[in-house]
Design a binder for this molecule. Structure first.
Ligand SMILES: [Zn+2]
Length: 83
């Protein structure tokens, strides 16, 4: 096996791992969490594509509120599953 083949394998492995972690995060989020708009307190879950590609900041994301349209930094919060 050539050196570049090994590098390709390692690179592919890292990409796969990152994708798996992102998928696991997304599944966890959609099962247990939601974002709450800091401007109008509207709780929401963004579309999966928006969730995955929204800019990350610390533990949260920069998202646009579907209720009031504010583009804010939001952190995921536990959803109460009693409803
Ligand atoms: Zn809002």
């Amino acid at each position: 096996m050539q050196a570049y083949e090994i590098l390709l394998l390692i690179g592919g492995g890292i990409v796969l791992l990152v994708l798996l972690l992102a998928a696991r995060n997304a599944v966890h989020f959609y099962r247990h969490e939601q974002f709450v708009c800091p401007t109008c307190s509207y709780p929401f879950r963004p579309r999966l594509r928006k969730y995955l590609f929204a800019p990350n900041a610390a533990g949260g994301k920069i998202l646009t509120c579907p209720n009031c349209g504010a583009k804010e930094y939001m952190e995921p919060q536990k959803r109460d599953n009693t409803r």
